[in-house]
Design a protein around this ligand. Structure first.
Ligand SMILES: [Zn+2]
Length: 90
């Protein structure tokens, strides 16, 4: 869904691992979870902002981002660990 939404914004993406989801249960979940890759690094910050906005819109009033205590990166509420360095939210 996000891949198509980004494409409408002119941002090319590809989804990795989407064919591996049948393997869940046999390989560690994080290794077969679908990943959305932005092809052009230069548009990544914009893609990130768009995604954050779309994700925040879906979570309603709890949309305030939280700041990682390890690297200072902001993550949206639905992440329980930093999207950048995987530090736990606590
Ligand atoms: Zn972090």
């Amino acid at each position: 869904m996000f891949k198509e939404m980004l494409a409408e914004e002119g941002i090319k993406c590809l989804v990795k691992n989407d064919r591996l989801s049948a393997g869940i249960g046999e390989i560690p979940f994080v290794e077969c979870f679908p990943e959305l890759w932005v092809i052009d690094d230069e548009v990544y910050p914009r893609a990130r902002l768009l995604l954050d906005a779309w994700l925040a819109r879906g979570t309603g009033e709890n949309a305030e981002p939280w700041t990682c205590s390890h690297c200072g990166e902001q993550s949206t509420q639905q992440f329980t660990a930093c999207w950048k360095c995987s530090q736990s939210r606590e």
